[in-house]
Design a protein around this ligand. Structure first.
Ligand SMILES: [Zn+2]
Length: 251
């Protein structure tokens, strides 16, 4: 009878072991993020998020998608983060995590071009993302869902934070208004979505503004604004950093 032995794993190809030797001491620059703008309060069993740097192929993918109408940002996050479903992310955390992916991939310094609004000079400028941008975390007391009071009607509304997968409902002021009912769980105790949707259409403008600003909650998260000072004309202006495709490449 023949005697059969198990094939030794990786034993066959000397290249594999040479490659393993080459990268043995190499640590990929992945980072663990715990301090999200939302503090991870609204994610089930939140244990932090692992972020891995982009690979060369990821970068080529992003640059290649310049023309395509796909949500490259979500795709990118799906590849780069572990610890949470991208679709469940709050918007405030999503932008923060994008910055962390960039930091893990290219470092904390972001160089980009700005056109001075005063003298039209093209200026190359740079920012240290973690130092020059402000981040506002949610207060410990905040809940999801939470109750707010509509100032004019003087009744309570129960609302929840939108998630990343619902961003298409929030792309401009018109669609935020049309879709606000999706994020309102009750008005004056009534939970019927059709009632809620009709009630929103009859609300006073002040109540609508209150409702929308609470749903969008743009006061939390990374504030992409910085103060630009033109080296040519010394003009100062508050600007937002461009979070476009160039944010994910070093060119
Ligand atoms: Zn200028």
């Amino acid at each position: 009878m023949s005697k059969n032995t198990k094939i030794v794993e990786n034993g066959g190809d000397p290249r594999e072991s040479a490659l393993n030797d080459l990268f043995a001491d190499y640590t990929s620059d992945g980072i663990t993020v715990l301090d999200l703008p939302s503090k991870g309060k609204f994610y089930k069993d939140f244990q932090g998020i692992e972020i891995s740097p982009l690979t060369y192929l990821d970068e080529q993918h992003i640059l290649g998608s310049r023309e395509a109408n796909i949500d490259i940002v979500s795709k990118l996050l799906e590849k780069s983060i572990v610890g949470i479903e991208v679709g469940d992310l709050l918007s405030m955390d999503k932008i923060f995590l994008l910055m962390k992916v960039r930091e893990a991939s290219y470092g904390d310094n972001y160089e980009f071009k700005v056109t001075c609004p005063n003298c039209s000079t093209d200026v190359t400028t740079d920012l240290i993302l973690s130092k020059h941008l402000n981040m506002v975390t949610v207060p410990d007391s905040i809940e999801d869902p939470r109750t707010i009071t509509l100032p004019k009607l003087n009744v309570e509304a129960e609302i929840r934070f939108p998630r990343s997968k619902e961003e298409s409902f929030l792309k401009d002021t018109e669609s935020i208004y049309q879709n606000a009912y999706r994020f309102v769980l009750s008005i004056a105790g009534n939970k019927d979505p059709i009632f809620i949707s009709k009630a929103i259409k009859r609300l006073h403008i002040m109540d609508v503004k209150k409702l929308v600003s609470e749903i969008v909650s743009s006061e939390y998260g990374v504030d992409p604004r910085f103060i630009f000072e033109c080296p040519e004309c010394k003009h100062e202006e508050t600007m937002s950093i461009p979070l476009d495709i160039n944010f994910f490449s070093v060119s």
